[in-house]
Ligand binder design. Structure first.
Ligand code: NAP
Length: 299
């Protein structure tokens, strides 16, 4: 396979994460071409010297490597395998890097579809949220064959600061789903603890102070705790996307016959928030769903 150096990079999916990652690729010297379903989001990147393609297929015909960062498996299926999708006009020797969070099975399906075109595929779901994407400090959980991983390193260095090679394609998604399941439980515990503390007549700030000064502490609580108390719910990572990730985690658990009762319960909090019309809000706003259940509002 012809593995020439990567200069021209395509990026599909310019949401909270992808728009910032594409901009960092351009700032690090790649010639970047983008496509987004909602064109206005792509237009806002033109000031950074980024070009816009008319479809994912048109984008793939203009680049050495193409990246995706879209919501979920159906979105990725459309932009990668659809009639106007990336693989419809890809050519042998290209590299495909997917940053979306999807299922391990779908990542493996994509790797096989890419291989039929002579394209190397790397799955690289990320963590670090909006701020990490903005600063180029994401952590990437990579599933890839060693040769493909090596080729993707310059792209990784432009968007992130740490790469963990988890194993073959599928392994990165598996780790990412477990990581998001973990933070959903951490957030649930924090919200439930704050509401109970307040209902019992104790200032929830004291609870947070003790959490953050003890063995319970986490940078995650530093990120989410104060914003919950200030009721700042600007979207970094949406309730809809966390619900998607917990659903993928539970599908995987069912497939492997691993009981995961805590995550099954926590997903219902996200379902409740979605039923209340809060799907586009930040995951910190799950506290408002729990407030509605309990009649206790943090103040
Ligand atoms: N936000 C985070 O903190 C975070 C952290 C780690 C991983 N992730 C993962 O990264 C991915 C993107 O997350 P995000 O927060 O950037 O999401 P987002 O802001 O909601 O953006 C989603 C992107 O997917 C596109 N899309 C959705 N459905 C599509 C379809 N059917 N066809 C084509 N494009 C479609 C959207 O296009 P439009 O602009 O047209 O809607 C948009 O570009 C997700 O898999 C998420 O789980 C997110």
């Amino acid at each position: 396979m012809n593995a020439k150096p990567i200069k021209r990079v395509g990026f599909v999916g310019l949401g909270i994460m992808g728009s910032r990652m594409a901009r960092n690729l351009a700032r690090k010297g790649f010639e970047v071409t983008v496509w987004n379903r909602t064109r206005s989001r792509a237009e806002s990147l033109q000031a950074d010297g980024i070009k816009i393609a008319s479809s994912p297929a048109a984008l793939a015909s203009q680049v050495d490597a193409f990246c995706t960062c879209v919501s979920d498996p159906p979105a990725l299926r459309e932009v990668a395998l659809g009639k106007e999708g990336l693989l419809a006009s890809s050519r042998s020797g290209q590299l495909f890097v997917d940053f979306s969070t999807v299922s391990p099975e779908f990542s493996r399906e994509l790797e096989a579809a890419a291989a039929r075109q002579g394209v190397d595929f790397v799955e690289a779901p990320v963590t670090g949220s909006k701020t990490g994407a903005e600063k180029g400090t994401l952590l990437l959980m990579v599933g890839a064959k060693p040769g493909a991983l090596e080729r993707a390193q310059p792209i990784f260095q432009a968007v992130g600061e740490k790469v963990v090679h988890c194993g073959p394609v599928g392994a990165g998604s598996q780790v990412k789903l477990a990581g998001n399941a973990l933070i959903s439980m951490m957030l649930e515990g924090l919200c439930e603890g704050m509401l109970l503390t307040q209902r019992a007549g104790v200032d929830p700030r004291k609870f947070l102070e003790v959490v953050q000064s003890s063995g319970f502490r986490s940078p995650y609580y530093e990120f989410k705790g104060p914003s919950i108390l200030r009721r700042e719910f600007e979207t970094h990572f949406s309730i809809d996307l966390m619900f998607k990730d917990l659903s993928l985690f539970l599908d995987s658990a069912a497939r492997h016959r691993i009981p995961t009762p805590s995550i099954a319960a926590v997903r219902e909090t996200y379902q409740l928030a979605r039923a209340q019309g809060k799907g586009a809000q930040d995951i910190a706003a799950v506290v408002t769903a729990l407030e509605d259940l309990s009649g206790e509002k943090l103040h």
